[in-house]
Write a protein that binds this ligand. Structure first.
Ligand SMILES: [Zn+2]
Ligand SMILES: [Zn+2]
Length: 267
């Protein structure tokens, strides 16, 4: 059985905690060591029990605490070679703890199996992960420039998923960002809109995904209620009204594998 918690989600930092009966790992470490340790402590665990950090890509909202955490707790860091080359500076401590991996790689950590798949984004590389424990499978995909067959194929093998629902297109267009930033967000290497997320969710529910946590919401160009309702309305229209759905909080831990009683944060 896999248990997954989003500790932090969005442009101010991303970190996902994953555990099964014998193994604990993190996906990304995009907040400070202290903040992540505090969140883990509230779950009754600690960075000292983390057996590996699997990085999606080198952007700072996914790597802010990486070096200090890895150094302090001697945790191996797994990242794809383009992200490794871009992020790991010559001689940095992380070089000793970091493993440079193929874009599509697979590792067994205890009884967890972690497998990566590529995601288009404006980083050196970006990947999502499929995590397997026994016959339980969980998928994570954020920072998605545009949906691809590879993303759909990998997530469709999962029972539950975390999926980016970054922005409302109208809020981006009418918002305060300069044109170049709007173009960046909306480009095929930017982030996934609520509408495109909703379409992908319906496709995945049709394949058997039965539990979705929307993540990496933009603070300026989205609202949890809008993301939730955009996806919920589309799932209802497609006959998937019973699929559990919720929104990750930016700064508060959310269990992504259970408890859908509180669908989204009010603010
Ligand atoms: Zn990014
Ligand atoms: Zn990001």
């Amino acid at each position: 059985m896999i248990y997954v918690y989003t500790l932090f989600s969005g442009s101010s930092g991303n970190c996902v905690y994953v555990k099964n009966e014998d193994t604990e790992i993190l996906i990304d470490a995009g907040r400070s060591c202290g903040a992540i340790e505090k969140s883990l402590s509230a779950l009754g665990t600690s960075l000292s029990r983390i057996k590996g950090i699997f990085v999606t890509h080198e952007h700072s909202d996914h790597t802010q605490g990486l070096e200090i955490i890895s150094k302090k707790f001697q945790i191996p860091v797994y990242m794809t070679s383009p992200s490794y080359d871009n992020y790991v500076r010559g001689g940095s401590y992380l070089q000793r703890m970091a493993r440079s991996c193929n874009v599509e790689y697979e590792r067994d950590i205890g009884s967890l199996n972690i497998r990566s798949f590529p995601i288009p984004h404006d980083s050196a590389q970006n990947v999502g992960y499929v995590i397997t424990s026994g016959n339980d499978t969980f998928g994570i995909a954020t920072d998605i420039g545009h949906p691809t067959e590879i993303i759909a194929e990998n997530l469709s093998q999962c029972k539950k998923i975390i999926l980016e629902s970054n922005h409302d297109i109208k809020m981006v267009e009418n918002g305060p960002y300069p044109r170049f930033l709007k173009d960046r967000i909306l480009s095929p290497n930017g982030h996934l809109s609520n509408d495109k997320c909703a379409q992908l969710c319906a496709y995945l529910c049709d394949k058997g995904v039965n539990g979705i946590t929307l993540a990496h919401l933009s603070r300026e160009n989205n609202l949890p209620k809008i993301a939730y309702e955009t996806v919920k309305d589309h799932l209802n229209a497609c006959g998937f009204e019973n699929v559990p759905l919720k929104v990750a909080f930016a700064d508060i831990t959310v269990e992504a594998t259970n408890d859908y009683s509180y669908p989204y944060p009010i603010k």
